[in-house]
Design a binder for this molecule. Sequence first.
Ligand code: PLP
Length: 359
Amino acid sequence: MGPGPSDVSARVLGAMARPTLGHLDPDFQRMMEEVKEGLKDLFQTKNRLTFPVSAPGSAGMETCFLNLVEEGDTVIVVRNGVFGDRMRENVVRAGGIAVLVDVEWGKAPDVAVIETVLNANPEAKIVAFVHAETSTGALADAAAICALAQKHNCLTIMDAVTSLGGVPVLIDEWGVDAVYSGSQKCLSCTPGLSPVSLSEKALDKIKARKTPVRSWFLDLSLVMNYWNGEGGRSYHHTAPVNALYGLHESLVILFEEGLGSAIARHKHMHEALVAGLESMGLKFLVDKSCRLPQLNAVVVPEGVDEASVRAHLLKAHSLEIGAGLGPMAGNVWRIGLMGASARRENVELCITALADALN
Ligand code: PLP
């Protein structure tokens, strides 16, 4: 019950143990099409470029930034935690100029403040924000941020690593231009794949680039020939075949349950966790109005050594919960309720184990 990876089911692990096909084998290519269709349903998009990057969430992040940001482009980066800061770093490494909208950790971004920054930087081309900030457990109002970016003729890059599968992610309805996620959180697959999706507007910006993308591996104009190869796929890199079997199975499991039911389950398990922990006098960092169900930042009570509580949970109850990151280190625990981990037994175990550790 940490901040990811979440529990991986025996079905996903079993799928990954199947014999390794060639990455251009016709059966494997059929499965690739199913993975793409599943990801489109999950992102709720018709974007033709929707596929899993062969590397973890940070590579999906780099794919979006390196392809969309060109030398000298101004990018507004909303920073309310660790992953907003990683976005800033990506902009700078891609040769762009990052203009920060700093938000207090644990709070959701204020759209009016983003608008002030957009007014002051009319040359901005992109607005980048984290939908579900894993370092604090705050959810951003993606619909409002995207509407604002469109009003200012900016593209949007959204981090959905922790949000996808746990709260609604509506790429077409909101008009997100580039989104990346991870296999290891609410999809409950093994770590190491990063589903991404790009709009036609984003693809137009990439086509109009004056300089080549500063990465060969993540250059979408090359990767597309493998994942979207119209008139025949061609080799780009050797795809992680067995990892993709796992992602395929995790999508099958998710759609067997139904996306709406999975999102409702995350909410119900979160409510049960809140009820249990609040009855012990524990407090949550993030206000109810913007609190993520799948990532719960719980304030460490005064005088408690948070690391020894986590060590006790692991030793006595085989239960992992996460520590705080950056300025939150020592101040919060991060309890994940992601994918297959968001279940009643886990919530009960967590409440009992924390009560035991704190008494
Ligand atoms: N963005 C967010 C919000 C994350 O939570 C994470 C990982 O926890 C990442 C990006 C990076 O993903 P990965 O660790 O798979 O590279």
